[in-house]
Design a protein around this ligand. Structure first.
Ligand code: ADP
Length: 484
């Protein structure tokens, strides 16, 4: 059993509107620790009826919430942020137990997740409108921002805390209510957030956390005429399906979908900095983030040196149970993830790539996989077009800037991209030429509450975080003041 300072944070229940529904171990969903296979606990398997109940409660609660002053909403969000930070150790432990990432990284995610609540607590008071000169002498144009209403949210397992707060923060700041379905692999982090939201003073019914059948819950969320916006983080495949499901009721959509991030190292880069950046961009969360570098392009003059330095660095980073001291690589989320990684490695080697490091299931067994570096990778290999979502760094060699920009953009995705260069003009040129929502220049870490996170092309719609993140949860209303 997980030892927590506050054991009430690990609650085997779901919050449906105004009531908690306890899990029945016989019929509920067993949540397992991916490092050990041990059952951490159970959550209820809910469906359409409970989703409807939660949506109705959200509809009832939203009016009073929106009617409060922005400052009151801000203060409650601030309290929620503080509670998350006070319980950072416990929230981190719950996260490591169900997701696998090393404890230090999990606690880092809690601080990162909490930062969205803090940021949007501040932004709540800045939902400014406009006054525009009128188009006739007796008219004035006023634009105000109002909350969209009931929001449905569906989140993935790779960031069980932060993917929720990045949506709930702006939703509540704007004056919306939210019905959330977290990933079934990692529901306890979401439920702990609901426990703390209650303590912070988020009103009854405003926030629901539903665990259970993705199809049933998602079906009800997307077909309900009460729900005005769907915000989803997950695969492009499911995102496209949900997009279609939302069409008949014309919902607003926020979609954070898959990526296929290029990471480019030019000849003029600071090579050691590029290696450090690649380790973060590629191997954070064991390669299981949608902004993880998926294709590493290295200019021919520094290719061998970069490969050597990267392999030397990664070889020193230990793999193991995320609760053990100093671990950098935890397990992959499940067996299917291991299979995908293995397939990508096998496909690449069968077409001529060489394994410089790792390449196989880790001696620890289970879902542990060795951090892997492949050299001699070419565009006909699966790693070039598909998101690996695992600890595999494929190194492609290139000659010219034009060639690598074309290769980097040759994908249906457009989320994150990275490059290292010390040439000022090139930095501008390449930043503008990359067809991506986000570009990291001489850095492998770009996500932060202050910046707009989001993608173009098949990577999604909308932005999360930053001052723009609040707008995604608000409608503009134009008021024409006549008779002046
Ligand atoms: P991942 O590869 O990260 O698991 P998914 O897109 O499969 O990506 O899952 C992301 C979220 O979408 C999870 O919460 C999952 O339960 C949910 N989900 C999966 N299938 C559906 C569906 N048919 N309807 C609604 N939500 C779904």
């Amino acid at each position: 059993m997980l030892a927590l300072n506050d054991p009430t944070l690990l609650r085997e229940a779901a919050l449906v509107g105004t009531r908690w529904i306890d899990a029945d171990p016989a019929t509920g969903i067993a949540v397992k620790n991916p490092a050990t296979g041990e059952v951490i606990g159970h959550v209820p398997k809910l469906g359409a009826a409970e989703t409807r109940e939660a949506i109705e409660a959200a509809e009832a609660a939203r009016h009073g919430w929106a009617a409060r002053t922005a400052k009151e909403r801000s203060q409650i969000l601030r309290r929620w942020f503080e509670l998350m930070m006070e319980h950072q150790d416990d929230l981190g432990a719950i996260l490591t137990a169900e997701q696998g990432k090393p404890l230090a990284e999990a606690k880092g995610e809690i601080a990162y997740g909490a930062s969205f609540i803090e940021w949007f607590a501040e932004e709540a008071r800045r939902a400014y409108g406009d006054v525009t000169p009128g188009h006739a002498p007796d008219k004035r144009i006023i634009t105000i921002k109002q909350p969209v209403g009931v929001v449905a949210a569906i989140t993935p397992w790779n960031f069980p805390n932060a993917m929720i707060t990045r949506k709930a923060g702006p939703a509540f700041a704007a004056g919306c209510s939210m019905v959330l379905k977290p990933a079934s692999q990692t529901p306890f982090s979401a439920i702990a957030l609901a426990v703390l939201a209650e303590r912070a003073g988020i009103p009854e019914g405003l926030f629901s956390v539903l665990t259970g059948s993705a199809g049933d819950i998602g079906g009800e969320m997307t077909s309900s005429p009460i729900v005005k916006k769907l915000t989803f983080t997950g695969s492009t495949e499911i995102g496209a399906m949900l997009y279609a499901q939302c069409a008949p009721t014309i919902k607003k959509l926020g979609l954070e979908l898959g990526g296929n991030a290029p990471f480019i190292v030019f000849d003029d880069a600071d090579l050691d900095a590029a290696v450090d950046g690649a380790v973060i961009a590629k191997f954070r969360n064991n390669g299981q983030t949608c902004v993880c570098a998926n294709r590493i392009y290295v200019q021919s003059g520094v290719y061998d040196a970069f490969a050597e330095k990267l392999a030397a660095k990664v070889a020193t980073l230990p793999t193991g149970n995320g609760f053990d001291e100093g671990i950098v690589f935890g397990p992959l989320i499940d067996q299917a993830a291991v299979e995908k990684v293995r397939e990508h490695v096998n496909d690449a080697t069968s077409k001529g790539a060489e394994i410089t490091l790792g390449g196989k299931v880790h001696a620890l067994g289970g879902t542990f996989f060795e951090p892997t570096i492949l050299t001699g990778v070419t565009s006909d290999m699966a790693v070039a077009t598909e998101e690996t979502f695992g600890p595999v760094a494929p190194l492609f060699k290139f000659e010219t800037e034009a060639e690598v920009v074309a290769a980097a953009n040759d994908t249906e995705f457009g989320l994150a991209s990275y490059f290292y260069s010390r040439d000022h003009a090139r930095v501008w040129r390449v930043s503008e030429a990359l067809d991506y929502g986000m570009v990291g220049v001489n850095t492998g870490l770009i996500s932060t509450a202050e910046a707009p996170f989001g993608g173009v092309k098949m990577s999604g719609l909308g932005r999360e975080g930053s001052r723009h993140g609040l707008d995604d949860f608000m409608e503009l209303k134009y008021i024409c003041m006549g008779g002046i």
